[in-house]
Design a protein around this ligand. Structure first.
Ligand SMILES: [Zn+2]
Length: 562
């Protein structure tokens, strides 16, 4: 269905106004080789670029009313429609096809800005809905490529209703557990931005693409204020937590292929080794609790991203809370751990480099970090993917911003969500497990701690300052708080211990990663066959028991059960 015409000899780039040789420009998928400007594609060109060759199967058009108001401005709307159809060869501003991307089946609906500015009218609403219904019937993901100036005024209030109609179609895909991905291209505004474009599970944007409800001209005219440079661009949206990632056109297919390939783990179950998790405290070497604290905080200890790089195949980091920002202290995404598809979420302290540690807020998340984790956990629930969390934080964020951003509620929301998540959750305290900031990722079916990890309600320094009135008493506080893995195991707060290399994980990242992988795989092997009811019942019973007068160790998992 691609409209393959000979490229013009020379093309003028709309970004830098430079001349680019036509064939070179076409080979570069209409991205300027000099300035990187992403030129606008027609819907047929986009489908031809995205879908695997020979796999496109056209869908639609479907019956929809045209010109329901008999609208006339300086010209009859019907004339404008006829003219747009003649000029573009399209029925309306969206073109749909079933096909494959990197071998993964999907339904794609692609908007075309040439057709009346990609405006959202009844025919577009009908086609987007039809594409969603087709994805639902075939149980394959829906990919939406958006480009729109907003609602189609000539269709009046019926055009407004298309926002609700398409949002409803997205809700049905949510209920059915079918992945939706939107690709934001320049520009995406108004009713399209405020419906299916931003309701997708994953929102990718092309570099420089602008998206918003109100356009910049309207905002400047209304407020009389000059907008900042880059306002509403993909990069701005990423920094403000609105999109999952900015992906250059040339990299879009591999990213989509990874996402479309996410399926719940079934057969074969991962191979596990029960010996990968230590289940008795006496297997641990005697260690001074203060030495334990120092090792847990060692700046060269492997971080969440170190483990991800070593252990997770096809990791696709997803960013943002869709509300305020992308918190760099929590890293989250999808990938395969020892072959098992998972959603992985972890605090990230930033490693040994001080600048990077600062940028990562030393692993102390803002509320946006917990909300990003929350969003990704809901995605895991929707798609039936297990959740693996890696916990490494000194604690909640002590800054005023975290408070004005609703830190307490953001943590609380995660505790409640994790209590009802219908998929397996495995949490590992890989370093510091500090207070509510740690627990916000740790309401899990299996809670493990690295052999040099710690878990505590407060830092030993904080406890010493408050109760001893002497920060020098931190080692004594560390001993009294019983935050050592052996203590945690006997209190029943953790189910097992992940061994580390003899001198500590910081001495051998590769060996530490292998040990972590074996332990997580073993926990997943056990949990993956459990149905949602069993998972939730056992998880709730576990946390319900803590502190009840039934003896120490009452909370931990009973490993003896089949
Ligand atoms: Zn250019």
């Amino acid at each position: 269905m691609a409209e393959q015409s000979e490229p013009a000899d020379w093309v003028r780039c709309e970004g830098c106004a430079g001349l680019v040789y036509g064939r070179r420009y076409a080979r570069a998928l209409q991205v300027c080789p000099d300035c990187g400007h992403h030129g606008r594609l027609t819907a047929p060109q986009r489908l031809a670029q995205l879908l695997d060759p020979g796999t496109a199967e056209p869908i639609g058009p479907v019956p929809a009313v045209h010109d329901p108001l008999g609208f006339v401005d300086s010209r009859p709307y019907q004339d404008r429609l006829d003219e747009a159809r003649d000029r573009t060869g399209l029925h309306d501003a969206v073109l749909c096809a079933a096909g494959q991307i990197e071998g993964q089946p999907c339904v794609a609906a692609v908007m075309d800005f040439r057709f009346l500015g990609g405006s959202l009218g009844c025919a577009v609403g009908a086609l987007i809905t039809h594409a969603a219904t087709t994805a639902l019937d075939r149980r394959v993901p829906l990919v939406l490529v958006t480009a729109s100036g907003g609602a189609r005024m000539q269709e009046g209030v019926l055009s407004l209703m298309q926002m609700a109609k398409t949002a409803q179609a997205m809700a049905e895909l949510d209920e059915a557990g079918i992945l939706t991905v939107s690709v934001i291209t320049d520009p995406t505004y108004g009713g399209v931005a405020a419906s299916f474009a931003t309701l997708a599970d994953v929102i990718l944007a092309e570099p420089g693409a602008r998206m918003g409800f109100a356009g910049p001209r309207v905002i400047e005219q209304t407020t009389g204020e000059k907008l900042p440079e880059g306002f509403q661009t993909a990069e701005f949206l990423l920094a403000h937590g609105m999109v999952d990632d900015v992906v250059p056109r040339v990299g879009m297919r591999p990213v989509l292929g990874r996402l479309l390939g996410l399926r719940p783990p079934t057969d074969p179950r991962p191979h596990g080794d029960p010996a990968a998790i230590l289940r008795a405290a006496d297997e641990l070497a005697d260690r001074d609790p203060w030495q334990n604290v120092r090792l847990a905080r060692h700046p060269e200890r492997p971080t969440t991203l170190d483990y991800i790089r070593r252990l997770v195949d096809d990791f696709q980091e997803l960013h943002g809370d869709r509300l305020t920002e992308d918190c760099p202290a929590i890293v989250a995404g999808t990938g395969r751990l020892a072959g098992t598809p998972v959603v992985l979420i972890g605090h990230h302290k930033g490693g040994p480099d001080l600048g990077e540690r600062r940028r990562r807020r030393f692993g102390m998340a803002q509320p946006a970090g917990y909300r990003k984790a929350n969003r990704l956990m809901r995605l895991a629930a929707k798609l039936g993917l297990p959740v693996v969390t890696l916990i490494d934080t000194p604690g909640a964020n002590p800054g005023p911003e975290a408070e004005t951003g609703g830190q307490a509620a953001a943590i609380a929301e995660n505790l409640r969500l994790m209590a009802r998540l219908p998929v397996p959750i495995v949490a590992v305290l890989i370093g510091e497990g500090g207070s509510g900031g740690a627990l916000a990722l740790a309401v899990a079916d299996r809670v493990l701690v690295s052999a040099n990890g710690i878990y505590s309600v407060i830092s030993p320094e904080g406890c010493a300052a408050i109760l001893w009135k002497d920060p020098q008493a931190a080692p004594a506080a560390a001993a009294s708080l019983r935050m050592h893995p052996g203590d945690l195991l006997s209190l029943g707060v953790v189910d097992g211990i992940v061994p580390e290399p003899p001198e500590g994980a910081h001495q051998d990242h590769a060996a530490a990663a292998d040990l972590l992988e074996a332990a997580v795989t073993e926990a997943l092997r056990e949990l993956i066959p459990w149905d949602p009811d069993r998972l939730r019942a056992a998880r709730r019973a576990r946390f319900h028991r803590y502190g009840a007068d039934t003896g120490a160790g009452a909370g931990a998992a009973d490993w003896s059960q089949p």
